[in-house]
Design a protein around this ligand. Structure first.
Ligand code: ZN
Ligand code: CA
Length: 375
């Protein structure tokens, strides 16, 4: 049975450990200690060198104690968004929030706490379970770079569950978009704005023209585009010679994302050229789209466990990305589960104790359903 007090204490402890992206060292040490005490074999991969983070990803293994059944992976990320240092969690009326100056870090420590409590119960009650692999990544919030640099030779899971979706427990994310990011530097020519403006080429004006020609926002049901950052200019009396635009495109269909990114790049090229400026453009695909078929064993298992715990299951797509994209890309069929963290990435972030309990119960049910047991 879930020990609510223990689960809450673990969650509170974890959110109090500072772990903004890249600074997951103390968090990794805390988890390594907990998992080792639970009897798991824990290794750290070499992602630290590749990501620049203090530590690599943590991979913990627990061999099964029953025959057959798939090897399951459960994963959550160790890093938080900023401001995430000195988090002071408050429990009030069944809701945990931060004292206000920081995020709460339920994204994604609610997922970590649920996984740890579930494994604690398995060990404590000697419940039947198949082989488990727990993966705690670094630098999820900075472009999934922990997962991207994960040592997949350490993994042999047949399927996986990422616990990193803000929706209510029971939500099963099987589809997510691919994402491109781009950075465009529009180069014009500086000149005195009052005495010789005709000698200048106004980079701000070029960028503005280009932006008004772009289609941005929600382009169709499964495609979006955004310019999110614009910087440029140094003084009101100087014709600006440099503007930087940064943005992104996403789509559930890779072809649509590629087409949209190309459309934006073409507009930037043409507009800059016709205005006599120059363009430096950098485009990068951050992650591929994910689409797990509804008939896939990982979804069947998720549905079966939801039914056994009385959760209302909902299979759906999302507009966001997660480590699940990378696991799928690397051949581990993987869904992202709703864990009920609300208003993530804001200082108003909170989570209901009831949802934390429900997620833990759900993880336990998935493990038991895979081992052929009843929850
Ligand atoms: Zn997250
Ligand atoms: Ca997040």
């Amino acid at each position: 049975m879930i020990n609510q007090e223990r689960l809450l204490a673990c969650f509170m402890e974890l959110v109090k450990v500072d772990s903004e992206s890249g600074f997951e060292g103390q968090m990794a040490a805390t988890l390594k200690d907990k998992l080792t005490k639970l009897g798991l074999a824990v290794v750290t991969d070499n992602a630290a060198g590749k990501t620049g983070a203090e530590t690599g990803n943590l991979i913990a293994g627990l061999p099964g104690n029953t025959d057959g059944g798939p090897t399951l992976m459960f994963s959550a990320h160790m890093d938080t968004i900023a401001p995430g240092c000195g988090i002071n969690p408050l429990l009030e009326n069944g809701i945990i929030r931060s004292a206000g100056a920081t995020v709460l870090g339920a994204d994604d420590k609610a997922g970590i706490a649920a996984i740890i409590e579930a494994v604690t119960i398995l060990q404590e009650e000697k419940l039947p379970h198949g082989s488990l692999q727990l993966v705690f990544t670094v630098c999820e919030e900075t472009g999934l770079s922990g997962a991207k640099n994960l040592d997949f030779s350490l993994l042999d899971a047949d399927m996986g569950f990422v616990l990193d979706c803000g929706d209510p427990p029971g939500t099963i994310i099987n589809r997510g978009p691919s994402q491109d990011k781009f950075k465009a530097e529009v180069l014009g020519k500086a000149a005195h704005a009052g005495s010789s403006p005709e000698q200048g080429i106004n980079a701000i004006q070029i960028a503005s023209r280009a932006i008004t020609r772009m289609q941005l926002g929600r382009l169709d049901e499964e495609t979006t585009a955004n310019i999110g950052v614009i910087t440029g200019g140094i003084a009101i009396n100087v014709v600006p010679d440099r503007v930087t635009l940064q943005g992104e495109t996403r789509s559930l269909q890779d072809e649509k994302r590629i087409k949209q990114t190309k459309a934006i790049c073409d507009i930037l090229q043409e507009t800059t050229k016709e205005s006599g400026g120059r363009l430096l453009l950098k485009v990068e695909t951050i992650y591929p789209a994910m689409h797990v078929a509804e008939e896939a064993p990982v979804i069947k298992l998720a549905l079966q466990a939801a039914q056994q715990t009385g959760l209302t299951a909902q299979i759906r797509s999302t507009g966001g990305g997660s480590d699940a994209h990378i696991f799928n890309e690397r051949g581990i069929p993987c869904v992202n589960l709703g864990i009920g963290m609300q208003k993530p990435h804001t200082t108003e972030e909170f989570i209901k104790v009831a949802d934390l309990l429900a997620v833990t119960d759900y993880v336990l049910a998935i493990i038991q359903a895979a081992a052929g047991g009843k929850h």
